[in-house]
Design a protein around this ligand. Structure first.
Ligand SMILES: [Zn+2]
Length: 65
């Protein structure tokens, strides 16, 4: 029981670290208008959503370069 709890804690930390690392380093491209003016719209347990400033697209899918 204790060991499993620790594993989950470690996994949470890894996910948090990934979340800190990935957003700023990747170039996000809107799949609709190919603009790179894509902002994070919201995050959390359902995952990231993005919003395109140019065409107003909101969704979880963007092109990452
Ligand atoms: Zn767009």
């Amino acid at each position: 029981m204790m060991e499993n709890d620790e594993d989950f804690d470690r996994l949470d930390e890894m996910i948090l670290e990934e979340g800190k690392k990935s957003p700023s380093k990747k170039l996000l491209i809107c799949p609709v208008c190919k603009s790179n003016h894509v902002m994070y719209y919201l995050g959390g347990q359902i995952g990231y959503m993005y919003q395109c400033k140019d065409c107003g697209y909101v969704g979880s899918f963007v092109i990452e370069k």
